[in-house]
Write a protein that binds this ligand. Structure first.
Ligand code: FES
Length: 102
């Protein structure tokens, strides 16, 4: 995947997997664009503040550095990424690493 970084976040696909690329003060985080709560593909519309993203559907908040949920069960899928020669390289995961949490 090639992406040119901008402030904030953008929606992309990596090997068919919908992801959100988030530019933070500490670099870039790439997450699967699917909430582990009820699988909403709305993270691209989520609010990013202080190293966390809040799902717009039911308000669960997840830490971007490790994916942990701060107000419920579940964990974000964070994809391994690296910037090489100004391009964002992302390693896709073979499948979901989490189940359905309610
Ligand atoms: S689907 Fe994201 S908080 Fe419920």
């Amino acid at each position: 995947m090639t992406a040119y970084l901008a402030d904030g976040k953008c929606r992309r696909e990596v090997a068919g997997l919908p992801v959100v690329v988030i530019s933070t003060g500490n670099g870039v985080v790439v997450i699967e664009n699917r909430c582990p709560h009820q699988q909403a593909q709305l993270f691209h519309e989520g609010v990013v503040e202080e190293g966390m993203i809040t799902c717009p559907l039911h308000g669960r908040t997840f830490r971007l550095h490790d994916g942990a949920c701060m107000n419920g069960a579940g964990r974000l899928t964070i994809l391994e990424s690296n910037i090489v020669d100004g391009e964002l390289m992302v390693k896709p995961v073979p499948g979901p690493e989490y189940g359905l949490f309610r």
